[in-house]
Design a protein. Structure first.
Length: 199
């Protein structure tokens, strides 16, 4: 990335140099194409790896959301594990191109969308996210206030947050917002939060 680029830039200026990222999830080896200008393009992000390892992957078709999808490691894993419909959301146009291409190559059902392209009445059985902590606490709270109400009744969200970047305080805040939140697991400095839909 250039100095002015962030993984949450809408149009990265860095040249899109392709890279292959391989990892094991959902009981199989997965290789995806990433590129400069998207989040963690050189390897599977450690937080994402913990999320995929510690949170229980869905095993039945349903409606799933990957919020902040990047090039698609979570979205692809959800689709492979569940056989369901996955909406992959990102503000980064290059990330959306990559996740769409990865989905096509692996023949899984993923809808790559900007936030504005997701129908306002769309509801999800589960939301998965390695949320963009670097946008700041206020913006992160706004992001979660926007998307968590889209959980179906009985739905859950799985979030991974580094403990030293506010994982525990975020859990407390979510509880204060009316979302029952459990610290489901911890590994390598990351906290996995299980967030239930409001009753």
């Amino acid at each position: 990335m250039t100095d002015s680029d962030h993984y949450f830039s809408t149009t990265p200026r860095a040249e899109a140099t392709p890279r292959q990222v391989s990892f094991h999830a959902a009981g199989r080896d997965i290789t995806l194409t990433a590129a400069s200008g998207v989040f963690s393009a050189g390897r599977l992000d450690p937080g994402t790896a913990v999320l995929l390892r510690k949170a229980p992957l869905p095993t039945e078709p349903g409606d799933y959301l990957d919020l902040g999808c990047g090039y698609g490691p979570v979205a692809v894993t959800l689709a492979l594990a569940s056989g369901g419909e996955v909406t992959a959301v990102d503000v980064n146009a290059r990330a959306l191109e990559l996740v769409a291409a990865n989905a096509k190559r692996l023949e899984v059902s993923i809808r790559a969308s900007t936030p504005e392209q997701v129908p306002p009445d769309a509801r999800f059985d589960q939301i998965w996210s390695n949320p963009p902590i670097r946008i700041g606490k206020a913006a992160l709270h706004d992001l979660l206030r926007l998307w968590l109400p889209r959980l179906k009744p009985g739905g859950v969200a799985w979030l991974v947050v580094a403990r030293h970047k506010g994982g525990d305080s975020l859990a407390d805040w979510l509880g204060d917002q009316g979302y029952p939140t459990v610290k489901h697991a911890s590994q390598k400095g990351y906290r996995i939060l299980r967030v239930s839909a409001r009753e």
